[in-house]
Design a protein around this ligand. Sequence first.
Ligand code: NAD
Length: 330
Amino acid sequence: MFWYGWCGLLMLFLSDHDVERMLDMKDVIEAVEEGFKLLAMGKVKAPLRSRVSSERYNGDILSMPCLIEDFKIYTNKIVSVYPENVGRGIPTIHAVIIVADAVKGVPVALIEARYLTALRTGAASAVATKYLSRKDSKVLAVIGCGYQARTQTIGVCEVRNIQKIVAYDVIVEKAVKYGEEIREKIGVEVEVTDSAKKAIEEADIIVTATTSREPVVKREWIKPGTHINAIGAYTPEMRELDTETIIDSKVVVDNMEAALSEAGDIIIPIKEGRYSKDKIHGELGEILLGVKPGRTTSEEITIFKSVGLAVQDNAATYALLKKYARELQV
Ligand SMILES: NC(=O)c1ccc[n+]([C@@H]2O[C@H](COP(=O)([O-])OP(=O)(O)OC[C@H]3O[C@@H](n4cnc5c(N)ncnc54)[C@H](O)[C@@H]3O)[C@@H](O)[C@H]2O)c1
């Protein structure tokens, strides 16, 4: 953590390490829930993110601006997603957030945001899980055991009393390492399986956090009453859920416009002519405000389809800067 001069101004720099030390999941869940409520009230200014793709290097770079006047900050996150980095032994996702004071427009901070992105994504799933999953959910299936899987798990375990986790990854070593870390961090038992089917058949809650382009979840494997957080697919060509799962479930999206332009999980079934946008139940913020109901029966299958929104970054940044200001006072 340090300050440095830029255009004659002093700016705060916070590294991933600082974020990890200062912020915990509880803080971010609270901030992200508030952010989604403000979004549903029309109090968040965030145009659809822009994505530039490098076909040559197989990567995407996204720019995600957001102004929340109630939080008094403007944030813009630059985030890259390079799936082939797994083979290079470096992270798939890298990110930084530039923060400006919304009152005067002055840039105030630069935040390394790889960990913050994982936290806010886990927090959004936690909020969705709180409102959409059965309260007696005990078994969590995690499909795709990379970086996001850790904070997805911590988020879900923050809001539900999970007794067992069943994990699957195409690279078995990744699932094993994830299991060891989760056991150590939150003390929940993790069983590694050799198929997504085995993990899903047992689950009350499913998290999909893969870079897959083909469905990793099939409808016939899912028990009645299951809740799914599908967070991996973020382009029209990517998907993690098969069409039957979408058709048979109550689908809640983070944002309608973003889901209809980025979420292959929804766009592909629409293109197939088997689903339509009016079948989407609503946005997470609408559920939080009580404008639309969440889960209404113990039998229904619910889905939170998240592509990731700038409002989550802004809200998590707000929580971080509040923590930082508190640290300065002691
Ligand atoms: N919704 C959001 O807000 C949000 C936020 C951050 C990342 N993401 C997306 O989540 C995905 C995962 O991100 P990450 O940082 O964890 O990446 P990661 O590379 O660290 O992890 C992905 C894991 O999925 C596994 N995998 C790939 N295909 C699979 C399959 N068919 N079945 C089982 N496992 C499979 C990989 O082996 C890897 O372990 C990316 O697509 C990323 O863009 C979404």
